[in-house]
Design a protein around this ligand. Structure first.
Ligand code: GDP
Ligand code: MG
Length: 448
C-alpha cells in the first residue's frame, strides 16, 4: 500500500546529508509508483511529483530537518494541498428548504449516506427531511424509510401506487417533498436518487431534470472508495453533466486506498466533504484532509481515534474501572465484560488498528489487521454472559463442570472458556502490580 511504499522510499534517503538530484530521483520514482498503485489518477500523480521535486530541490538550504523529514513533510503538504482545506460546510438556498441532491452509481451508498447525513444535520441543529425518488425499485424506497425510522428523521413518502415508474413520477415526488418540507418547517431536503450499474444517458437526464427542477444548493457525488479508479471515472462523468458541489467517500472502513480521494478532488475540483466508515448511521465523519494524508502516509490518524474515544467512551466509567482494576482483586469478569463493550463502541477492531501509525512502536500492527478476528469479542462476551453472576464475581469457583456448562451455553468449547479465564487471570495480575506501585514495569510487560 501507499504508506509502506512511501516509508520504504524514505528509508533509502535516510543518512544522506542533503537532497540532491540523484538521491531524490529514486524517492520520487517510488512516490510516483506508490501513488499510481493507490488509484491516484495519472494526471494528478505527474503534477504532484513535479511539485514535490521543485519544492524539495529548493528546500535544501537553511533547514533543521533531515532530507527524509523534509521530503516526508513536502509530500504531506502537497497531498493536503490537492485535497484542499474545505470541510463539511453546506451551501444554503435563500428560501428553505435547501436541497441536497445525492448522486452516484447503484450500490455506492447513497441511501445509507442519506440517512447518515440526516442524522449529522440533526445533531448540528438542522431539521432535515428525507425523500427517495428511486421509484424503479420499491425496496430502495423502503430501505430509506427504515433508515429514517431508525434515526427518527422526517421522511416524505408520497403516494405512488399504480403510477408508471418514470421520470415524471420522479419529478412529481421531488416537487411534493419540497413543498412538504417547507410546510413542515424543515430547512434541508435530502433527495436520495436511483442509481444504475453504470452511467447511462437515461440516468444523467433524470439527474439533470432534478437539478433543473430543484436548484439544489448541494449536489453530492457518493463514491464507493473500494472501487478506486472506477469511482474517479464516474465522478468525472457526473461532474461533467451536473457540476457536483462535493463528494462523500463511502466504505472507507474497508480496504480502500486513499488515492480515490485525491483523484476525485483533483478531477472534479469539488471537495470531499465526509467519509463513510461503516454501515451504521453514526459511521460517518467530516473529511479532514491532513488526517487522511497522514493515514495514507502511514503516520496513522491518532486525532480521529482520540476524538472517537472521547465521543463514545464513558469517562466516568473508565475512571471507575481504573480505580477498581488497580486495586487488584476488585477487577471481576463483569468489569472485563464492561471493558469489552466500551472498546466495541469505538468501532470494529480493524478500523481502530487502521488508525494507528504504521511506524514506531506500532510498526507491524497494520499487518495484524488481516488476521483480526472480529468474532472474538462477541465470543468472549457470550462466554461471560453464560456464567452466573456468582461466577462472574468470583472466577475461582468455576471448576471443570461449570466450564463445560458455560461452553455449552455460549456455543463455544471448553478450551475457549479456559483461554478466556487464563487471559482474565493475567490481566488481573498485571493490574494488581500496576496498582501496587510497580506501574511502569507492568505497563512494559503489557506492551511486550
Ligand atoms: P445505494 O444503492 O447507492 O443507495 O447504496 P446503499 O446505501 O444501499 O449501500 C449499498 C451497500 O453498501 C449497503 O449494503 C450498505 O450497507 C453498504 N454501505 C454503505 N456505506 C458504507 C460504508 O461506509 N461502509 C460499509 N462497510 N458499508 C457501507
Ligand atoms: Mg439506494
Amino acid at each position: 500500500n501507499l504508506s509502506d511504499k512511501l516509508q520504504r522510499s524514505f528509508k533509502n534517503l535516510r543518512g544522506q546529508g542533503s537532497i540532491t538530484d540523484e538521491n531524490i530521483s529514486d524517492a520520487l520514482r517510488e512516490i510516483r509508483l506508490a501513488l499510481l498503485e493507490s488509484d491516484v489518477n495519472l494526471a494528478v500523480v505527474t503534477e504532484l511529483v513535479e511539485h514535490i521535486r521543485a519544492r524539495a530541490m529548493g528546500s535544501q538550504v537553511a533547514t533543521a530537518l533531515s532530507p527524509t523529514e523534509q521530503i516526508v513533510k513536502i509530500v504531506h503538504d502537497e497531498l493536503v494541498n490537492v485535497l484542499g482545506k474545505d470541510t463539511a460546510r453546506f451551501q444554503k438556498s435563500s428560501q428553505p428548504p435547501s436541497v441536497i441532491l445525492m448522486a452516484g452509481l447503484q450500490g455506492s451508498g447513497k441511501t445509507t449516506t442519506s440517512g447518515k447525513l440526516a442524522q449529522w444535520l440533526k445533531k448540528a441543529g438542522h431539521r432535515p427531511m428525507l425523500v427517495s425518488v428511486d421509484v424503479y425499485r420499491p425496496a430502495a424506497r423502503e430501505q430509506l424509510a427504515i433508515v429514517a425510522r431508525s434515526i427518527n428523521a422526517n421522511l416524505y413518502e408520497g403516494d405512488i401506487k399504480g403510477e408508471p415508474a418514470d421520470s415524471r413520477l420522479v419529478e412529481r415526488l421531488a416537487r411534493e417533498a419540497r413543498r412538504e418540507a417547507a410546510n413542515f418547517g424543515c430547512d434541508m431536503l435530502i433527495v436520495d436518487t436511483a442509481g444504475r450499474n453504470h452511467i447511462d444517458s437515461e440516468l444523467m437526464d433524470e439527474m439533470a431534470g432534478l437539478k433543473k427542477l430543484l436548484s439544489p444548493s448541494e449536489i453530492l457525488f457518493i463514491a464507493d472508495a473500494m472501487t478506486g479508479q472506477d469511482a474517479v471515472n464516474s465522478a468525472k462523468a457526473f461532474n461533467d453533466r451536473l457540476t457536483i458541489t462535493g463528494a462523500i467517500l463511502t466504505k472507507m472502513d474497508g480496504d480502500a486506498r486513499g488515492g480515490a480521494a485525491l483523484s476525485i478532488r483533483h478531477v472534479t475540483g469539488a471537495p470531499i466533504k465526509f467519509l463513510g466508515t461503516g454501515e451504521k448511521p453514526d459511521a460517518f465523519e467530516p473529511f479532514h484532509p491532513d488526517r487522511i494524508v497522514s493515514r495514507i502516509m502511514g503516520h496513522g490518524d491518532i486525532a480521529t481515534l482520540l476524538e472517537r474515544a472521547e465521543e463514545r467512551l464513558d469517562r466516568g466509567k473508565a475512571e471507575q474501572f481504573a480505580k477498581k482494576a488497580l486495586s487488584g482483586d476488585g477487577f471481576t469478569l463483569e468489569d472485563f465484560r464492561d471493558q469489552l463493550r466500551q472498546i466495541k463502541k469505538m468501532g470494529s477492531m480493524k478500523s481502530i488498528l487502521k488508525m494507528l501509525p504504521s511506524v514506531g512502536p506500532f510498526a507491524g500492527m497494520q499487518q495484524a489487521i488481516d488476521n483480526v478476528d472480529e468474532g472474538q469479542f462477541t465470543r468472549v462476551e457470550s462466554i461471560i454472559n453464560s456464567m452466573t453472576r456468582k461466577e462472574r464475581l468470583d472466577h475461582e469457583i468455576i471448576n471443570g463442570n461449570r466450564r463445560k456448562r458455560i461452553a455449552k451455553g455460549s456455543g463455544t468449547t471448553v478450551q475457549d472458556v479456559n483461554n478466556l479465564l487464563r487471559q482474565y487471570a493475567q490481566m488481573r495480575k498485571v493490574f494488581k502490580t500496576m496498582g501496587s506501585g510497580g506501574g511502569m514495569k507492568a505497563q512494559q510487560r503489557m506492551m511486550s
